[in-house]
Design a protein around this ligand. Sequence first.
Ligand code: NAD
Length: 476
Amino acid sequence: MMATTYKNLIGGEMTDNGQWLDVVNPANEQVIGQVPACGADELDAAVAAARAAFKTWSKTPIETRRAAVQKIAAIIKENSDELMRLLTSEQGKPHKQAIGEVIGASMMAGAQSTLDLDDEINEDSETRLSRTRRVPVGVVAGIVPWNFPVMMAVQKIAPAILSGCTIVLKPSPFTPLTTLRLAELIKDAAPPGVINIITGEDSLGPLMTAHPDIDKITFTGSTATGKKIMEGASKDLKRITLELGGNDASIVLPDADVKKVAEQLFWSSFTNAGQICVAAKRIYIHEDIYDELSAAIAEYAKGVKVGDGAQQGTAVGPIQNKKQYDRVIELVQDAKDNGYKFLVGGNHDPDVPGYYMPITIVDNPPENARIVAEEQFGPIMPLMKFSTVDEAIARANASEYGLAGAVWTADADEGVRVAEQLETGTIWVNEFLHLSPFAPFGGHKQSGFGAEYGKEGLLEFTYPQVITVKRDKVPA
Ligand code: NAD
């Protein structure tokens, strides 16, 4: 069977360069599509189209730009079923989670479209009028990972074009199909060149970072790549927004309702097969309830079906790609080599096609275990015991990352007291994974630089420009 080919969007046209990259379904390792393998020439063409469009788009009234974002939100919603199926086939997530991502992306764009970029008056006195206006930075490059390809693409496109910037977006080579289908669907939502989507290997990323006519990079991906982007962007001081990795801790206080939280804790870790930057990757449980809660989580885990996301009943899909699969296998092997106890899982079947890892939960490994100290990004999780709240806070904060965290307790005030001592950009009390389109989302420490979402995220696509007018003091 011939794999379907998908084209790039450059200057309002769907194009290809005759060179192709294969895209694989992680549920069965079959090639399901091909996308253009672009390099410097196609990037130059996309940047030139974005630069040409910027001239007019940056001067287009915000109401028109808002309408374009709303149109995109509507198109995604109208085509959600098709996009959901394609997303599952390339990313692996079960249909229910795929539709959540697609509809979530539509809602995110809709919510972002309501934001404003009003001028601010700094001084309005007898002697001076000083006003800050927001001007778009220019041509933006968006670089996206493979865990939430649709959501991440939309959360970069929407604020970029609302602000008056134009964009060249690069999906991950592992998950470009849904984004290119989306490109075809939204091609006419904004004038040609405002939105460009090009595909290629990882090597296309550094070309974007180095491109002299790109003004800003908005990136979501690993901390290692984020550092390279910061270094590349330093050459001509491109603006950057970096959403990077996390090793997010949950702290369960002794008063938490074990029956209520077991299932929620499970999904805070295993949604999207654990491949979420803000998934709980370390769960610290107070010693008074450790045995009962860890047994309840393990019991729940046994009823969760791992399999092909396109099949009914699957709750956890495969790992998205071979590289990540091998990394997760290595972390599990390390836990075995060190003699850590597994509450569930630990043994994958190498003879089954697809990148499947059973739900794996490790019982109270030491703090320096690789499965605790590193971002796993897979369906494997350590549960750890603590004695005092201060100790749990110190252990949670002993990380170079600072993305998100959660506190679970019957006492919300105590939850907030603990939350305020955690060194992360987002902390949930008694919930998980909720991100508001109106709240800034960004990592502390090595989990990021700047923020996305909300007014703060939108402002990152603009420069402040202050215009001061001297007024002659009227003589008395
Ligand atoms: P990655 O850094 O390998 O790749 C991300 C993107 O960068 C891809 O499009 C890739 O092609 C591109 N890229 C690779 N090398 C590049 C380079 N040198 N210069 C420029 N671009 C380059 O990350 P990944 O493996 O796709 O995604 C997983 C990581 O992303 C995890 O660490 C996860 O925590 C993180 N993540 C963070 C967030 C967040 O919002 N903070 C969200 C999702 C994922």
